[in-house]
Design a protein around this ligand. Structure first.
Ligand SMILES: [Zn+2]
Length: 168
């Protein structure tokens, strides 16, 4: 693990471990803002996601149903990064909602897509409720794959805002 000092407040570089830095918070806030762009749905959450390289360069962003009614935010963002981009190995993905562990619409859940892409870290605002998928445990799946998942409860309300119609 690196022992370099924390980045300056202006840095956009993600943190490297389980402690969020200021940039992590800013990127997660952006992911929550992207969730508001999703076409509304009565059967799926609105989610935003951003993939950020270790040096703070944004690699891609996405949101639910961006191009297709079945699109997930993380899936859409990852699809925009060229396969084999070496920056993926040290990238962090920010998602307003915990990446899914299983899904009805497509064979590979976002947690597996993140694992396959080789990302090193996930930061999310909201643990998936049981609304659509019982015992959705994307965090457990990712952690089991050696990818730390940080959940920042300060942003849960922002992540839920575009989903209020789905929450009891
Ligand atoms: Zn998903």
């Amino acid at each position: 693990m690196s022992t370099t000092p924390s980045p300056s407040p202006a840095s956009t570089a993600p943190g490297t471990g389980r402690e969020p830095n200021a940039a992590d918070r800013d990127w997660l806030a952006l992911a929550c803002e992207l969730a508001a762009l999703c076409p509304p749905s009565a059967t799926a959450f609105s989610v935003g996601a951003v993939v950020v390289a270790a040096d703070g360069t944004e690699l891609a962003r996405g949101y639910s149903r961006e191009n297709d009614p079945h699109d997930h935010a993380e899936e859409g963002a990852l699809a925009k990064v060229p396969a084999g981009d070496p920056r993926l190995a040290t990238a962090t993905i920010y998602s307003s909602l915990e990446p899914c562990a299983r899904r009805a619409s497509r064979p590979r859940p976002c947690a597996r897509l993140i694992e396959s892409a080789g990302l090193r870290r996930v930061v999310t605002a909201w643990t998936e409720p049981d609304t659509f998928v019982p015992d959705a445990d994307g965090t457990g799946l990712l952690e089991a794959a050696g990818i730390p998942v940080l959940t920042l409860p300060d942003y849960t309300a922002a992540a839920q805002a575009p989903n209020r119609h789905l929450l009891g």
